[in-house]
Structure formats: C-alpha cells, structure tokens
Design a protein around this ligand. Sequence first.
Ligand code: SF4
Length: 271
Amino acid sequence: MPSSLTRYTTPATRPRPGTHPARRGTESALARTRRARRINRTLARAYPDAHCELTFRSPFELLVATVLSAQCTDVRVNQVTPALFRRFPGPAEMAQAPQVEVEELIRSTGFYRAKARNIIALSERIVGEHGGEVPRDLDSLVALPGVGRKTAHVVRGNAFGVPGLTVDTHFGRLSRRLGLSSEEDPLRIEKDIAQLIEKSEWTMFSHRMIFHGRRVCHSRRAACGACFLAADCPSFGEAGPTDPALAESLLTGDNVEHLARMAGLDPEEES
Ligand code: SF4
C-alpha cells in the first residue's frame, strides 16, 4: 500500500481517457488484431504463472469442480472438493451417491441442491454412455447435465490440452472494456476473440484475462491508473481512477509490486 510519501513516475505511454482509436471508432481490423495479440503478450509477461485456479487430479475432478464453481469462488470450491472426492472418488462412486450426502459436502458453494443433482446425473451419464471416462468432444460435454460451453472449455483446455476460450464474467467484461468485443452473449464474445487470438493461445489467453480481471480490472472499480494495459485500452480512465496512488491501492493478489512496475509505476520512498 503506497504511503503519502510515495513518489510515482508516470509512464510516458499513458493515454488520455477517451482518445484511443478503438474508442473513437477509427481502429482498423488489422490494428485490432495486432493490439489483441500485443495485449496477450503483455498479459503473459505480467502473469507467467496464469493457470486454472481450481484444484484437480483428473478430468472428472476438474469437471465436477467447474460445475461447483458457478456463482462461487475457486477458493471455496477448493475447500470442499478434497472431502467430496475422498468420499466419492470417481464417476462410478458419484453416480451411486445419496443426493443428501453430496448436498451436505458441497453446501457452502451455494445452489447446492441443483449442483448435487447435476453432479450425480452427469456421473451416471459418464458411466452409462462414456465407459466411465469424461468425454473430450465439445458436443458430448455440453450434453452432460449442468455443463455449458464455459465448463466444457475449461475441461478440454486444462485436462485434455485442447485450446478453448473460457468466457466467464471476467473474460466478458475485459473483452468489452478492451474493445475486443462489443457483445454480451458469451458465445458471440467467444467467436469475436477466436478471430483475433491465435488458436494455440486460447486456453492461456483465457487464464490471463481472468487473472487480470481478478487482480486489476475489477468489475466495480478497475485500477486503470496502475494498469499495464492502459496504452492499449480504450476504457482507460472510464472503468476506474487514473490517479496512480489511488489505482495502486486497488490492485489485489500476491504480486502487486510486479503489476505496478509492469504499469511503469516506480514507487519509491522519499527520504
Ligand atoms: S484496468 Fe482500466 S486500463 Fe486496465 S484493462 Fe481495465 S479498463 Fe482498461
């Protein structure tokens, strides 16, 4: 947290709010693609360890954890899954599980009745229709109870290594703020981003966007004045304060100093 004695070096590349070509509507398609890929490279430098924040040891565990993560934090899901998988380690055991017992184990993740019903039902389908193995293809995954495209892409990308764009609330918000999509619908956002980012980067780009949304570009008050994407963002200064000290106080996570320095801020204690 910067003190009142903290001195900031303001980066030369700092834009004036509202002046980005994407905000003025003068950005060409090629410029947008180049900017999107530059954003991805910058995010990769900022978050070299970006990863799926759910804990899992198998595709089945990731599938269940992702279903549980709806309307719930990954931290909370990671607290309940060890006991859940100790009691019901795989699809065969989960398919036979008494619903009330599953409900009790996952209660703190919210919507626990519907989630328990879906977890048991998807386990039955995996056992009955897929030989006890989580299917890899998108159509089979989204046909499972409680599994949408987002969940399917999380499983394909992180358990099977198939590139996928995971459009969650952070990804959607950032795509709009960065001017990479104007859509609200996740499938349309996915299609817009698929045109801009190389397929091989889809899974990691998703992780990086979600990391940035959790640490810098918050939904209510984004840390614009301490954001390393400011020069490439048409929403700079519109989603949050541009004052460096104020913005830095909004950064979260365990590597705030690295993020501030990436943004060109140079906090130093004056003697
Ligand atoms: S924090 Fe501000 S500058 Fe950074 S990506 Fe979000 S809206 Fe853009």
